[in-house]
Design a protein around this ligand. Structure first.
Ligand code: NAI
Ligand code: MG
Length: 380
C-alpha cells in the first residue's frame, strides 16, 4: 500500500487548534478506506519566531519538497497587543506562506464558496441552492511580489511603493486552470447550469488587468463549451452579494481574489467554513482561508470545519495526481460527514450559532472534530 507523507504546519493561534482536528479526521479516513498517512509536523509562525529567531525549522522546507502534500494552519501572532514582526517590518511567519506559495510555484489558489445546508445564509433571499461557486485566485504575483520600498526623510516615513506585477505566463496558467476546473466540475452555475468562467479585473484602468483579460480571451477560445463572463472587481463585490447564483468558476489576479474570498467566506457562513488549496503543477498546500485569529485563540472556540474541508480538498488533489480511488472515497466520506453534522445542527462552534441555531450551546473545537470522526466511522 502506498504511504502518503503529509507535512503538517499548524502555525500560530487557532491554526494549532483546527489543524489537529483535520489530522484526526484524516486518520479516521485512513482507517475507514485503508489509506496510509505519515504526518510530519513542524512548528512555525510568529510565536516560533519569538522563541527561536526563525520562522520555521531549517529542515522544514526540504521536507515539504519531499512530501506528497502540505496541510497548513495560519501564521501571525500578537504580543503585548502588537503584531510580531521581522526586523524589516514583515509579519513574522509570512515567509513560511510565501516560501511555499512562491517557492513551490503554487500558482492557483482554489477557494470553493459553497453554503452547506444547515448553515444559515447571512443573505435573506439566498440559500444553499444559490451559493456554490469556486474562486480561483492567482497566487504567485500581483502586488504581493516582494518589489516594494519605503523611503524616509529623517525620522519620518515619506514614501511607500508596492509594485504590481502581472505576467503572461502567470495569468495564462491560472486562467487555463480555471477553465479546466470549470469543465471538470461540470455542474455550471446554480442559476442556469451553464458552464461559466468569470474574469474579475479592473481592465478599464490597470495595464496588468488589460493583459490579464487579453489572456483570458485567448484561453477562452480553447473552451467553446464554457461561457465567457467579465466583471470589474468593484461590480463583482456587489454581484457576489446580489446574484451569487450567477457564478460557476471565477478567476482573478491575486489581491482582488484575496479580498473577495473573505466576502465569499461570509456567503458560506463565515471564515470558519472556508477552505482553500494552493495548487501548482507538482506540489500543493491546503489551508483554511482564515488567519490565526488571536481574538479567539486558545479558547477552543474556533470552527475546525474550514481546516477539515481543506483536508478533503487535499484528498481530492491526491486522487487527481495519483489516480488513487481511495483518496476520492476518503474525500467523499469527509464531505458527507460534515454535511450530516451541519444538518443535524446540534454540534456547532459559536460562529454558526445564529439565526435558527441561536439557542444552540456552542461546542468546542474538538467536539466538532469528534462528531465528524464518529460520522466517518458510521458511514463505512
Ligand atoms: P482571521 O481570519 O484570523 O480572523 C478574522 C475574524 O474571523 C476573527 O474575528 C476571527 O475570530 C474569525 N474567525 C476566523 N477563523 C475562524 C474560525 N475558524 N472559527 C471561528 N471564527 C473564526 O483574520 P485577522 O484577524 O485579520 O488576522 C489575524 C492574524 O492572522 C493576522 O496576524 C493576519 O496577518 C494573519 N493571517 C494569516 C493568514 C494565513 O496564515 N494564511 C490569512 C489571514 C490572516
Ligand atoms: Mg485573505
Amino acid at each position: 500500500m502506498r504511504k502518503y507523507r503529509i507535512v503538517v504546519l499548524p502555525g500560530d493561534g487557532v491554526g494549532k487548534e483546527v489543524i489537529p482536528e483535520a489530522v484526526k479526521v484524516l486518520k479516521a479516513v485512513g482507517e475507514a478506506v485503508d489509506l496510509d498517512f505519515e504526518f510530519i509536523e513542524f512548528p512555525c509562525g510568529g510565536e516560533y519566531y519569538l522563541k527561536t529567531g526563525l520562522e520555521w525549522p531549517e529542515e522544514a522546507w526540504q521536507t515539504c519538497k519531499e512530501s506528497d502534500a502540505i496541510l497548513f494552519g495560519a501564521v501571525g501572532w500578537v504580543k503585548n497587543g502588537k503584531p510580531v514582526r521581522l526586523p524589516n517590518g514583515d509579519l513574522a511567519g509570512s515567509n513560511v506562506i510565501f516560501s511555499l506559495r512562491f517557492g513551490l510555484d503554487l500558482y492557483a489558489n482554489v477557494r470553493p464558496v459553497k453554503l452547506y445546508p444547515g448553515v444559515p445564509s447571512l443573505l435573506t433571499y439566498k440559500d444553499s441552492e444559490h451559493i456554490d461557486f469556486v474562486f480561483v485566485r492567482e497566487n504567485t504575483e500581483d502586488i504581493y511580489v516582494p518589489i516594494r520600498g519605503m523611503l524616509s526623510r529623517g525620522e519620518e516615513k515619506e514614501l511607500a511603493i508596492d509594485v504590481r506585477v502581472i505576467t503572461r505566463k502567470g495569468a495564462e496558467r491560472v486562467i487555463r486552470y480555471a477553465f479546466n476546473l470549470c469543465v471538470k466540475r461540470g455542474k455550471g452555475a446554480p442559476l442556469d447550469r451553464k458552464l461559466r468562467v468569470t474574469c474579475v479585473d479592473k481592465s478599464n484602468l490597470l495595464r496588468g488587468c488589460q493583459l490579464f483579460r487579453e489572456i483570458y480571451n485567448m484561453v477562452a477560445e480553447e473552451f467553446p463549451q464554457v461561457e465567457k463572463d467579465y466583471m470589474y472587481v468593484d461590480t463583482m463585490a456587489m454581484q457576489m452579494v446580489c446574484f451569487p447564483e450567477k457564478f460557476d468558476v471565477v478567476v482573478s489576479p491575486n489581491m482582488f481574489g484575496d479580498i473577495l474570498t473573505d466576502l465569499g467566506a461570509a456567503l458560506q457562513g463565515g471564515l470558519g467554513m472556508a477552505p482553500s488549496g494552493n495548487i501548482g503543477d507538482k506540489y500543493a498546500m491546503f489551508e483554511p482561508v482564515h488567519g490565526s485569529s488571536p481574538d479567539i485563540a486558545g479558547q477552543e472556540k474556533a470552527n475546525p470545519i474550514a481546516a477539515i474541508l481543506a483536508a478533503k480538498m487535499m484528498l481530492e488533489w491526491l486522487f487527481e495526481k495519483r489516480n488513487d480511488q481511495k483518496c476520492k472515497k476518503g474525500a467523499e466520506l469527509i464531505e458527507k460527514a460534515v454535511k450530516k453534522v451541519l444538518i443535524e445542527g446540534k454540534i456547532r462552534t459559536f460562529d454558526l450559532c445564529y439565526g435558527p441555531y441561536s439557542n444552540v450551546k456552542p461546542s468546542k473545537t474538538s467536539e466538532v472534530g469528534d462528531v465528524i470522526v464518529e460520522e466517518i466511522k458510521h458511514e463505512v
